[in-house]
Design a protein around this ligand. Structure first.
Ligand code: 7TS
Length: 422
């Protein structure tokens, strides 16, 4: 059996050849890239799609009457349809291209929250959130007089439906919850939360920045009203993301940005606006990025999100066991208890830990010298660090191209770290 994967059918060797950067070195060692939670590597097909636009098309969309502009528009629209299919949105108007998940969250918070929330209304969220799905809501709460309420987490950082129910009141208007913690990989029970939001008459916002890249997501069966995600975490380019929103909600919202490409008619004093998605996409978008995003989701679909999620779970199980054997390691989150939670959670491919009382940055620096790339620090999730009672963690995050050998190299590098600091 190959050590690269335990599943004989998962095409790990082929996948690795499709990512040019995996053939390179870091600090003179073969790159072991364990930081896909921050951003993923890019396969050649995505690079090629962008390059084709840049070298063969390179025209603006929606405005030229000439062939190249028409072709750019067709490719742009194809990308929207690919992303729509990827999350099974009902129609293309429900997929808005943004610059990243952060911008998508801000469009919801300011476009919907700022317009519809009133003093005393309640926004339910959790301490698991990345700042992108918390700070915009804090701002909107301050501007509208709405209140933020936090679902109590269990001791290892899980959300149960009962805990969600315990903070729901007749003033609940929004529930904004991560689909997967970028610190622990924990995946809250979204379907249960969607049902609670529906009963409460609240809008259900899912931060999908980690979830969508690693697991199959069907917005219709999930029952979310909004979903935010970034292309760069799912094999696509930086500078492009998406917002899924239910059509009726998007139609009722105000855009964040006004200008060209989103208007029907402009007079000297006022203007009228197009419908969705155009009203949220004023100005020239990141055309090459969107085209690359389309190529990325088609690439992921070609492998299959179930297969990718399965591969990551095998890697995670191996990592939990092997990293857990390193003397003095403390692993955070429910990952070591998966299966005990009574179906409340499933693991995502993320492992956060600390090594004795060493600072995470010191650990990360030694790992870097060994060619192992991990993220260290508070991961844009300071409330989660407060919950865990640590200033930061070392985080290894896995994706479709990672192998058991890379995790073994992480473990060797952690043992070396212990020697360096002994
Ligand atoms: N939500 C979650 C759960 C995230 O993990 C991130 C980025 C974002 C939102 C924001 O995405 P962006 O593309 O708009 O920046 N998370 C990380 C991380 O964990 N390390 O670097 C970025």
């Amino acid at each position: 059996m190959s050590r690269r994967t335990v599943s004989r059918t998962y095409p790990i060797d082929r996948i690795r050849t499709e990512f040019p950067i995996l053939g390179t070195t870091m600090r003179g060692k073969p790159l072991a890239y364990l930081d896909s939670g921050a951003t993923s590597l890019k396969p050649q097909v995505v690079v090629d799609a962008e390059l084709h636009y840049l070298t063969r098309i390179s025209a603006n969309i929606h405005r030229g009457v000439y062939q190249l502009s028409e072709e750019a528009t067709v490719r742009f629209d194809e990308a929207r349809d690919s992303v729509r299919q990827f999350i099974n949105a009902g129609d293309e108007g429900e997929v808005i291209f943004t610059k990243n998940a952060t911008e998508s969250s801000n469009i919801i918070a300011f476009g919907w929250g700022r317009k519809f929330l009133k003093t005393g209304d309640e926004i339910i969220t959790t301490e698991l959130e990345h700042h992108a799905n918390l700070v915009p809501w804090q701002q909107v709460a301050a501007a509208t007089g709405a209140k933020l309420l936090f679902v109590p987490l269990d001791p290892v950082g899980r959300v149960s439906p009962d805990a969600v129910e315990s903070v729901v009141t007749e003033r609940t208007r929004v529930m904004a919850v991560t689909g997967m913690s970028n610190v622990t990989g924990y995946m809250p029970p979204l379907r249960d939360i969607a049902a609670i939001a529906r009963r409460a008459g609240a809008v259900f916002v899912v931060d999908g920045a980690q979830l969508v890249s690693h697991h199959p997501v069907d917005v219709q069966s999930l029952g979310c009203d909004f979903l935010t995600f970034s292309a760069h975490k799912m094999c696509g380019p930086t500078g492009v993301g998406a917002l899924y929103g239910r059509r009726d909600l998007l139609e009722a919202m105000d855009p964040l940005l006004y200008g060209g490409d989103m208007i029907v008619r402009v007079g000297k004093e006022s203007a009228t606006f197009k419908g969705v998605p155009d009203k949220f996409e004023s100005g020239t978008p990141n055309i090459s990025g969107v085209i690359g995003f389309g190529a990325a989701v088609r690439y992921l679909q070609g492998i299959g999100m179930e297969a990718i999620a399965g591969h990551e779970q095998e890697l995670l199980a191996h990592a939990v066991r092997r990293v857990g054997e390193v003397p003095g390691v403390a692993i955070y989150g429910p990952v070591t208890e998966q299966g005990v939670a009574g179906g409340v959670s499933e693991p995502g491919g993320i492992l956060s830990f600390n090594l004795g009382d060493l600072h995470p940055h010191d650990v990360g620096a030694v790992l870097d010298g060994e060619g192992v790339a991990v993220r260290t620090g508070f991961h844009c999730a300071q409330p989660m660090m407060q919950f865990l009672g640590v200033p930061g963690t070392v985080r290894a995050s896995f994706y479709l191209y990672n192998t058991f050998e890379e995790i073994d190299r992480l473990v060797d590098a952690l043992n070396k770290t212990l020697e360096v600091f002994s």
